[in-house]
Design a protein around this ligand. Structure first.
Ligand SMILES: Nc1ncnc2c1ncn2[C@@H]1O[C@H](COP(=O)(O)OP(=O)(O)O)[C@@H](O)[C@H]1O
Ligand SMILES: [Mg+2]
Length: 505
């Protein structure tokens, strides 16, 4: 799980998208705060200005009526003032209706005009708060907003001094809803534009970075040589990887070639050893027969009876030994010809046939104190691959087994079908699927954990410099990898070793 999360976190797409997402969210948040404060300030001040304008208009109504009284010199005339006040109240009422305003005119704490159903209650509820909040300005005005019955109202208070009127104008915030809707729409549109830009940015980065990288990585994953043209850096990376892959392939081919020759050398020396054993026998019998024949000639004795039988018996042995030697020589010649001539063809490979041939060869060439047994599963499916390379891989493992059993032992080569339905917890990198499996077990010295950890590394060897190259198992690994397979080694000191090759079907 942890590894999985780490894989996601190290993913290129994640590295591109995560910072952009984080940036977008942070920038979006601050932008939202900024827009929210500036726009709501703007809205509030706009509403406030509108309300103050309306209040000034109401103030002017009162003012012009007072001026008329002054001009007519009737300001001391109580009756005229009363009439003018009544007229003014009527004008103010009209003004409120046309401007969808609620409100009241309060004279000596008594409402002499009140419009709108809830005005009284609204004001009553907020009366104390208003008194606390309303501070008179230059024009004797104060502006607040209040909540009542779940609705928002803007309240403007004007003090018209000569008549000691408090003119309170109330406007439902909903009256400004069109403007607020416009502001909301502006928010929404800004948000959408912002999101689209981010998506476009991600697409653009994906196009300019992720896809080119993917065009390099995908072929590498498939074991093909990557190629990307267009961006200098990517061309450079792609070319360098290509060169490295070519170089690696070239080196690997060279190593495999050398390993082929080494295999032939090992087998040839085995053949030579057997040859020598045969020759010793042949020479021994030949000189024995010669001695007997010379004795018979010198003594002028006839060759008959037991002597003749013995001579014939030994001659037959000489003949069969010579035939065996001939067969061995032929085999070695065939082997070297085949190994040198065979091209790197990919075709259907019969693993069992390859193992059978190899086992026969090993029986003829490995020391006689090594017992070779092959246990082959009858209906093993064919696999796609290179028979000569696979034989080489098996041979390399077998040669190591021979080296680890100088005093003799058993070398077992088994083949069987494996079907993995789920991941093996011990080897989680092996993909579930069907495999032709080759298992090579020896009863040799075995290896400790430390050695086991390094055996597939090129040039790792525990043998003396003229005996080991350290390339045997590295070659096995390369060959098996090229077949998209897996090779696993299990061993413990003095417990022998088992090498298992899984080749996908
Ligand atoms: N069957 C085995 N038993 C014990 N040790 C082994 C066996 N196979 C390989 N090794 C160890 O792995 C090392 C590397 O093997 P290899 O790559 O074939 O190189 P080399 O045989 O030239 O040393 C060997 O030197 C040996 O220590
Ligand atoms: Mg070796």
């Amino acid at each position: 799980m942890k590894a999985h999360l780490r894989k996601i976190a190290n993913n290129l797409a994640f590295r591109i998208i995560a910072p952009i997402a984080a940036f977008t969210l942070t920038a979006g948040f601050f932008m939202y705060l900024f827009v929210l404060t500036t726009i709501s300030d703007f809205v509030d001040s706009h509403i406030k200005e509108n309300m103050i304008e309306l209040s000034r208009y109401a103030y002017n109504i009162c003012d012009s009526n007072l001026n008329e009284l002054l001009k007519a010199g009737l300001i001391k005339n109580e009756k005229a003032v009363k009439i003018k006040k009544a007229l003014t109240i009527g004008m103010l009422e009209d003004f409120m209706t046309t401007n969808s305003l609620k409100g009241s005119i309060i004279e000596n704490d008594r409402a002499i005009l009140s419009t709108g159903d809830s005005t009284e209650e609204l004001l009553g509820k907020e009366h104390k708060r208003q008194h606390d909040l309303l501070t008179e300005t230059e024009f004797g005005e104060a502006f607040i907003n209040i909540e009542y019955g779940g609705r928002k109202y803007y309240v403007n208070h004007t003090h018209f001094q000569p008549w000691e009127w408090h003119i309170v104008l109330i406007k439902d915030a909903a009256q400004y809803s069109e403007m607020q809707n416009n502001v909301r729409l502006a928010y929404l549109v800004t948000g959408i534009i912002f999101s689209i830009s981010v998506v476009l940015l991600i697409c653009y980065l994906n196009m300019t970075i992720k896809s080119p990288v993917a065009r390099i990585i995908t072929p590498i994953k498939k074991g093909e040589t990557p190629e990307y043209k267009g961006i200098h850096e990517f061309e450079f990376i792609s070319d360098s990887i290509k060169d490295m892959m070519f170089e690696k392939e070239r080196l690997m081919k060279q190593i495999i070639e050398e390993q082929k020759l080494k295999g032939i050398r090992v087998l040839a020396s085995g053949v030579a050893h057997n040859f020598n054993n045969i020759l010793v026998g042949v020479l021994g019998y030949a000189s024995l027969i010669r001695t007997w024949l010379e004795e018979a000639k010198n003594n002028k004795q006839p060759i008959e009876g037991e002597l003749l039988d013995d001579i014939l018996k030994y001659l037959r042995t000489v003949e069969s030994s010579a035939q065996k030697a001939g067969a061995l020589a032929k085999e070695l010649a065939e082997l070297s010809r085949k190994r040198v001539l065979e091209k790197d063809f990919i075709r259907q490979v019969d693993i069992n046939a390859a193992v059978t041939e190899l086992a026969r060869l090993l029986k003829n060439t490995f020391p006689k104190n090594i017992e070779i047994s092959a246990n082959l599963s009858a209906n093993l499916p064919l696999i796609k691959g290179n028979a000569s390379q696979l034989e080489q891989a098996i041979l390399n493992i077998c040669i190591n087994s021979k080296d680890t059993m100088p005093d003799g032992g058993i070398l077992m080569i088994d083949t069987y079908f494996t079907s993995l339905t789920s991941k093996n917890p011990q080897y989680p990198y092996i993909k579930p699927g069907n495999y032709a499996t080759i298992e090579i077990t020896d009863t040799g010295e075995g290896m400790d954990e430390e050695t086991l950890n390094h055996i597939f590394e090129p040039f790792f060897t525990t043998k003396e410099p003229d005996k080991g190259t350290g390339l045997g198992l590295a070659t096995v690994y390369a060959i098996v990898k090229a077949h998209r397979g897996y090779v696993i080694a299990k061993s413990a000191p003095s417990k022998g070793s088992t090498f298992t090759i899984y080749l996908p079907i």
